[in-house]
Design a protein. Structure first.
Length: 254
């Protein structure tokens, strides 16, 4: 059993072949797909996906930092309404992104902190999006740290020291296609960390692993990430799949 802890299966990139793409992933051994939210414009697509694949997909709810704009308070109300209405498996993806735009940094920090508090109230994990914002992310996590703070540092691309810090806040490291890149860097130190801290992800349709880099990513390509972790950890393919799925169960509770 392989778990893709982060995949945008509702993306328009899959509108032409979604069923076939998901079947390819199942054929490759992927049996659990965790679906991050972005903002209110994607909620119905996520619900439709769950309806069509009730035994395979597990939804998160949250406001993505790049969707924090002038109307962010309305978007946060949308998140709050939904997490009070039904069950989700995580609050995500949430965090801070300063790569595209620094205009709404204060609002991103507020949205991140607010959603962490909601996750604690619901006893849910958080799934963190961080881009060019490790210091800002860690500042918020420091103020919220505790046994009730846990989750996944999605698409981890930081340094060894940043990995240590993320783990210190009860975060698993979400490892995907970047680990296969020649300039990805994280493959140089990952084996310094026990594999109990690692979960697998694709972030499809983004960040396709080598040899598909630059093309549309899909969940079946997670096998290339496992191959890379086999090299890094010196464990068998099946051991990597089993351990990382157990790690995901620890986070999501299922």
């Amino acid at each position: 059993m392989i778990t893709d802890t982060h995949t945008h299966l509702y993306s328009k990139d899959f509108d032409e072949d979604r069923d076939e793409m998901i079947q390819r992933a199942k054929n490759a051994g992927v049996s659990r797909f965790f679906i991050p939210a972005i903002d209110s414009s994607y909620t119905q697509s996520m619900l439709n996906l769950e309806k069509n694949y009730p035994n395979d997909v597990f939804l998160m709810m949250g406001l993505h930092p790049t969707s924090v704009k002038e109307n962010y308070k309305e978007e946060l109300e949308h998140v709050k309404e939904w997490i009070n209405k039904r069950n989700f498996y995580a609050i995500g993806e949430i965090g801070i992104d300063l790569y595209w735009d620094k205009t709404f940094l204060k609002q991103q920090q507020e949205a991140f902190s607010t959603q962490i508090k909601w996750a604690k109230e619901k006893k849910l994990p958080i799934v963190i999006h961080c881009r060019d914002a490790f210091d800002e992310i860690f500042e918020v996590l420091e103020s919220e740290k505790g046994n009730d703070l846990f989750g996944i540092f999605h698409c981890f691309t930081g340094t060894k020291e940043q990995a240590e810090k993320a783990i210190s806040y009860n975060m698993k490291l979400g490892i995907g296609g970047v680990a296969t890149f020649k300039n990805g860097k994280i493959d140089k130190f990952l084996n310094d960390f026990d594999i109990k801290h690692i979960v697998l992800e694709t972030d499809s349709p983004y960040l396709a692993p080598t040899p598909y880099r630059g093309k549309r990513n899909e969940s079946s390509y997670i096998t290339k990430v496992i191959d890379k972790l086999v090299d890094i950890y010196g464990l068998s393919y099946d051991e990597i799949a089993k351990i990382t799925t157990e790690n995901s169960k620890e986070v999501f509770g299922i």
